[in-house]
Design a protein around this ligand. Structure first.
Ligand SMILES: *Cc1c(COP(=O)(O)O)cnc(C)c1O
Length: 389
């Protein structure tokens, strides 16, 4: 008999509930970053990816409004038909200049950028070599392209070398997160770049979490490592994190980006993002690039958090980024800690499998330039009560 899809999904959902892995989106009203209001209650958030505190910046909102007045709300078509507006073109040029690449191409989301770039390049029988902790969109991209997915142990250049060596004749894309989204550590970029050059593989770095945060003028972990477009030909960045808007881009040598613009189906067959959004992102880019004091404040908060957490003996991870996970291991322990923090007015998300490997449930604490020192101290005091107890 043919399986009943709804019944099968019901079983899977019930299993999630039974194992403490069921999740649901709770509606919140943002008050003033980093505060959120849920069910009328004000909570201090340590869970957003708004690392520079730009999502509520008045310059961005003003640019969005002005853009909507001038260009309307919708882009009306895909980029290659007639949805590409001069705000998009200007943003692409500014992103390329910021990251030191010849050309940048916009996508509607980071998920779509990774799907499109990978699918444009890889075909059946090719090798997609990836860090095992890469973002889900990169892993899914390999499946979409029909490539053979070869994962290596986290941040292990020798492991990546073994995976490439296992398919010496295959065209290969070596892909890594720049900053790992659930761990906050930075990929061994110089080693991966050298390996890719030796093995004739193309290197893609997805710097969703490093852009705006690391490197000179916030140009990301690739710029921080001093790697140019020859060493890292494909740089993916997302705009919904430190830049505080939404969308993504891939930057690199002009010929490579042109090929992606031709063949990436998630670029060709989708409506271009709203021009006003591009205008808002241009305002965000100026702040992310030029407001050094904002970035320094963020890094001072990161240092303060790590000092305090070490003094308290909390299970810190080796991260110098705004992502500061506390590994608790057990799903129930992570959930209980998050609930106890919420009871104290603090919102921190418990991250559980399948987002992270089994046995590595954690509190994913994220810091933002929108926080102040007192708020970090308040978090530390609460963690001292909740996590050690
Ligand atoms: C968030 C994220 C994405 C997806 O970007 P969206 O714009 O949210 O779709 C891709 N890669 C990494 C590493 C991410 O953290």
């Amino acid at each position: 008999m043919r399986p009943d899809l709804l019944a099968r999904l019901d079983v899977q959902t019930a299993h999630r509930r039974e194992t403490g892995l069921w999740r649901h989106a709770q509606a919140s009203e943002t008050a003033d970053s980093p505060w959120l209001v849920r069910d009328g209650r004000r909570l201090l958030g340590f869970c957003s990816n708004d690392y520079l505190g730009l999502a509520r910046h008045p310059d961005l909102a003003a640019a969005l409004k002005r853009g909507a007045d001038e260009a309307g709300v919708g882009s009306t078509a895909s980029a290659l038909v007639c949805g590409h507006h001069r705000e998009h073109a200007a943003l692409e040029e500014e992103l390329a200049a910021w990251t030191g690449r010849e050309r940048a191409l916009l996508f509607s989301t980071g998920y779509m950028a990774n799907l499109g770039v990978t699918q444009a390049l890889l075909a059946r029988g090719d090798a997609s070599v990836q860090d095992k902790l890469n973002h889900a969109s990169l892993l899914d991209a390999a499946a979409l392209a029909g490539a053979e997915l070869k994962r290596y142990p986290h941040a292990d250049v020798a492991g990546a070398r073994r995976q490439l060596a296992s398919r010496p004749q295959a065209a290969a894309l070596l892909a890594t997160d720049g900053v790992f989204s659930m761990d906050g550590d930075v990929a061994p970029l110089a080693g991966l770049a050298a390996l890719a050059a030796e093995e004739g593989a193309l290197l893609l770095v997805d710097d969703a979490h490093g852009l705006g945060v690391l490197g000179p003028q916030g140009a990301g972990c690739v710029a921080e490592a001093g790697l140019d477009a020859r060493q890292v030909p494909l740089l993916v960045g997302t705009l919904g994190k430190a830049l505080g808007t939404a969308g993504a881009f891939v930057a690199g040598p002009a010929a490579l980006i042109e090929g992606i613009a031709q063949f990436a189906r998630s670029h060709v067959y989708t409506t271009a993002p709203p021009p006003a959004l591009a205008a808002a992102t241009r305002a965000a880019l100026r702040l992310a690039r030029d407001d050094e004091a904002r970035r320094q404040h963020l890094h001072a908060l990161i240092a303060r958090f790590r000092r305090g957490a070490a003094q308290l003996g909390l299970p810190l991870s080796p991260s110098r980024t705004p992502i500061q996970p506390l590994l608790l291991g057990d799903t129930a322990a992570a959930l209980a800690a998050a609930q106890a923090l919420e009871a104290r007015g603090l919102l921190v998300t418990a991250i559980r499998p399948p987002t992270v490997p089994a046995g590595t449930a954690r509190l994913r604490i994220t810091l933002s330039a929108a926080h102040d020192e007192d708020q970090v101290d308040r978090l530390l005091a609460a963690l001292g009560e909740v996590v050690r107890a």
